[in-house]
Design a protein around this ligand. Structure first.
Ligand SMILES: CC(C)(COP(=O)(O)OP(=O)(O)OC[C@H]1O[C@@H](n2cnc3c(N)ncnc32)[C@H](O)[C@@H]1OP(=O)(O)O)[C@@H](O)C(=O)NCCC(=O)NCCS
Length: 294
């Protein structure tokens, strides 16, 4: 593998991202993910350049995302983002121009957001790592992240059936407290800000048993997460969806009952991922699906 000399770092600066950096950052993000996936025989995660630019446009302008770019001689060569919408901060996507990777820029982009998380006194920082990528696994581990959970990205035909005793419906703002309680019970913290964004966008669903909220999904696909008191609650949400959204949904592989159920429903595994964390981490006390951030 070719390695760019560390001297390439000399004129690289890290600064806060601005909304107008999204086009250049999105270009690199798209190219970097296409290349790393193609090099390992995996399909691209982002369907086209516009999706990467759109994602970074949202993150670079959202008041609760803290994003940085690496600049070399006035040209953007990489970026990284941190979602600060809940007590748990989450990192990604981090990408470096494929022509200049492995020269220390990724380390600086990651260090910048970790410095910020310490300033903000975030109790926990999390991310999902592409498990086939030796470099990111090594870099994140050296920076203090612990590998916590193996995950499987899954995709397939929508199942479109109902599970007896479980009512799935569109979430409303009035469901927020009930849904947050489930998240707190499972994870020890809520994701209220993310969930209210999702409710406003119309992607969130709740599941009720005996007229009590027992689980929710903010959205299926990379951007969404789900929690349930039991696997049955997640199965009801999964069974009801009309799409697994973009690259697919992420299932904790060690939740063997749920993972096996998905496989029996003919969903396919596309890619392995690893949940990595710094700081506080509770073993979840219930069922969950992470987003691509955590
Ligand atoms: C992941 C990515 C952001 C890292 O940025 P980078 O600039 O290439 O990485 P850096 O040079 O800063 O750091 C790589 C580190 O991993 C180490 N490393 C690389 N390959 C390794 C291996 N096989 N085993 C052990 N260590 C390895 C390097 O020595 C270096 O460590 P050091 O900083 O202690 O010297 C970049 O490679 C990228 O954009 N990849 C494609 C997109 C991607 O995968 N994003 C992350 C998704 S989880």
């Amino acid at each position: 593998m070719s390695t760019t000399p560390r001297s390439a770092l000399e004129n690289v600066t890290i600064r806060r991202a601005r909304p107008e950096d999204a086009a250049a950052g999105g270009h690199i993000c798209y190219e970097a993910f296409c290349k790393i996936n193609a090099d390992h025989g995996f399909p691209p995660e982002l369907p086209e350049m516009g999706a990467a630019v759109g994602m970074l446009s949202m993150m670079f302008s959202h008041p609760k995302f803290w994003c940085v770019v690496a600049e070399q001689n006035g040209r953007i060569v990489g970026s990284n983002c941190m979602d600060e919408r809940s007590a748990v901060f989450s990192v990604g996507p981090i990408t470096v121009d494929p022509g200049i990777q492995n020269s220390g820029i990724g380390r600086r982009l990651m260090q910048a957001v970790l410095d910020r998380s310490r300033e903000q006194k975030a109790p926990s920082v999390r991310l999902l790592q592409a498990a086939f990528h030796n470099r990111s696994l090594s870099l994140y581990t050296k920076l203090g992240f612990d590998a916590r959970e193996p995950m499987s990205l899954m995709q397939g035909q929508p199942l479109q059936f109902r599970i007896d005793g479980c009512a799935v419906r569109v979430a409303a703002m009035s469901d927020l407290d009930g849904a947050n309680r489930v998240c707190e019970r499972v994870h020890g913290h809520n994701r209220s800000s993310e969930l209210s964004d999702a409710i406003a966008q119309g992607t969130a669903r709740v599941v009720e048993r005996q007229r009590r909220i027992t689980g929710y999904v903010s959205a299926f696909g990379y951007r969404g997460h789900a929690v349930g008191e039991t696997n049955l609650d997640l199965q009801a949400l999964i069974a009801a969806t009309d799409s697994f959204g973009g690259p697919g949904m992420i299932v904790p592989t060690r939740n063997a009952e749920l993972f096996r159920w998905c496989l029996e429903k003919e969903l396919r595994v596309l890619q392995p991922l690893t949940l990595m964390t710094i700081g506080l981490y509770n073993e979840p006390a219930g069922a969950y699906l992470p987003s691509i951030l955590y």
